[in-house]
Write a protein that binds this ligand. Structure first.
Ligand code: AMP
Length: 501
């Protein structure tokens, strides 16, 4: 029987980067374009910008990477000093053109542009209600549902109340940048599942999924947008207003942003991603260190983990004893070279292509591994394709022993909220024990990091993290899946109906 959980998993999911800019007296298009470049890792399928010149909206949305999606003339035609942008993550299979963003539309209540990162769990329900009221939809994505709901509310109430009502209506994860006429807004869902932050530029303000985009614009990170907060940038670029519209007792920040998805140079929820990864590496040594001749990362995802791991290995032995004076611990070395022109392996739709892609992407450095015992560090195992290929590659290059250490817990369940992971059937840890996975990838040993170590490294309690992919218990209701609210999370006002209206 097909549960709604399956439908959510298979339907369009928004795995993306969002940005919004308001400047005092300068066209917003170019800063938006640079910010999208900085967020390119969050989505490679399509890129788009919508600006407003005080009179009307201008939009350019195109398939492909940021550098390919815009030509000089496109940027020039995007006039106006306010705007939003979006990069969309690839999914296996073809692009549904109608889902490319920002979604822009004009209603009686004004023009709207929306960029969305996340995934709603009740989009179908809201869409049906709005369709019954006469709204006609042009795409099957969540974002248009949010746009229609907001446009409807804007007919009857002011901006802040309208957004609050929409936030009370939609459930799931969303970090949004919205343009209502020439006003740019930022909204983060009440659990803060996906990141969103505010930055100050010399002559304006910026909202972005990650602070690396603010750095690219030579701006300064002001702070994260709070869970349940609406931020309204002044159209003249001089400041912003903040409204905490929905408050919940616990947040549900996605830990996988820090482990894999975000750039290491970004600060998310006050934690520098690079330092979190190094910390996870240190904990990995403490929990599951193995004395080998060399430790080497899977580039680039395992690099910060491996450096933290090797650092900790220089201080204590695998048994937790302080090192002797002449004992440096495990040597940190680059043992795998990456062909940087090969994209993320997940873009390959079939398993056969994915396996070939690993070989195309990574090549061992023989002198690092030949005749040695080797520890390979990666951030995560999803399907097991990379580890399986890597162990073979490194053994073929002459390694005597190959140990795998993974800087995240076993991924046992799909992500419904913004990370393109895999279906449950494809996840190797969903139905295999660690020993069975070790045998499958043919490693001499295999260890993962514990969930508690992840919470520790993030300086957070488990109750404030979304750990759905490693526990199978989700912070939002997904039919057919357990919710962690029953298990560990007391949530106040989870239905998020506007309290004071
Ligand atoms: P797999 O080969 O399927 O086990 O995937 C694990 C590798 O893919 C690791 O090197 C990760 O860094 C990387 N990875 C983890 N999550 C994702 C994701 N959502 N999209 C693309 N790559 C990922």
């Amino acid at each position: 029987m097909e549960s709604r959980g399956d439908q959510v998993a298979e339907g369009p999911r928004e795995k993306c980067g969002v940005v919004g800019v308001t400047l005092e007296d300068r066209a917003a298009a170019r800063p938006l374009y640079y910010a999208l470049y900085a967020l390119q890792h969050r989505g490679q399928e399509s890129a788009g910008i919508v600006t407003h010149d005080g009179f009307q909206q201008h939009s350019h949305v195109e398939r492909g990477l940021v550098g390919d999606a815009f030509e000089e003339g496109d940027l020039e035609s995007l006039t106006g000093s306010t705007g939003i942008g979006h990069v969309r993550y690839p999914t296996a299979g073809s692009l549904d053109e109608s889902c490319a963003q920002p979604f822009s539309v004009s209603f009686k209540s004004g023009s709207l542009g929306l960029s969305h990162n996340g995934n709603l769990v009740n989009a179908a329900e809201v869409r049906e209600e709005l369709a019954e009221l006469g709204h006609a939809f042009t795409s099957d994505g969540d974002t248009e549902v949010i746009a229609h709901d907001l446009a409807r509310n804007l007919l009857e109430e002011d901006l802040v109340r309208a957004v609050k009502h929409t936030m009370g209506r939609i459930h799931g994860s969303y970090s949004l940048t919205i343009m209502h006429d020439d006003t740019v807004l930022g909204v983060r869902d009440p659990k803060g599942n996906r990141p969103l932050c505010i930055g100050k530029l010399e002559d304006g303000y910026v909202l972005a999924s990650e602070s690396a985009a603010i750095d690219t614009l030579d701006g300064e990170l002001v702070r994260d947008v709070r869970p349940g907060e609406l931020v309204v940038l002044n159209p003249d670029g001089t400041g912003f207003d903040s409204y905490d519209l929905i408050e919940e007792e616990n947040s549900a920040h996605c830990f996988f942003e820090h482990v894999y998805f975000a750039r290491p140079d970004s600060v998310i929820d006050e934690e520098l991603v690079y330092e979190v990864r190094r910390n996870l590496g240190r904990k990995l040594w403490e929990e599951a260190g193995v004395e080998t001749d060399v430790v080497m990362p899977v580039p680039d995802s395992g690099r910060a983990f491996a450096s933290g791991y090797a650092d900790a290995a220089g201080e204590t032995t695998a048994d937790g004893e302080p090192r002797g004076q002449d004992d440096d611990g495990v040597e940190f070395a680059e043992g795998l070279m990456k062909n940087r022109y090969v994209g993320r392996t997940f873009i390959m739709p079939t398993q056969d292509e994915r396996e070939r892609a690993v070989r195309l992407k990574l090549n061992p450095i023989k002198s690092t591994v030949e005749g040695k015992s080797v520890t390979i560090i990666d951030d995560s195992i999803v399907r097991g394709t990379t580890s399986n290929q890597l162990v073979k590659l490194v053994k073929d290059a002459g390694a005597e022993e190959v140990h795998m250490r993974i800087g995240a817990p076993q991924i046992i369940a799909p992500c419904y909220f913004g990370i393109d992971m895999a279906t449950r059937e494809e996840l190797i840890a969903a139905d295999k024990t660690t020993e069975e996975i070790r045998q499958h990838i043919d490693a001499d040993s295999l260890s993962y990091l514990s969930i508690d170590a992840v919470a520790d490294a993030l300086d957070s309690s488990r109750a404030d993290l979304c750990l759905g992919c490693v526990t199978g218990e989700y912070p939002f209701d997904v039919d057919g899946e357990a919710t962690d609210r029953d298990v560990q999370r007391p949530v106040v006002g989870s239905d998020a109906t506007p309290a004071d209206d």
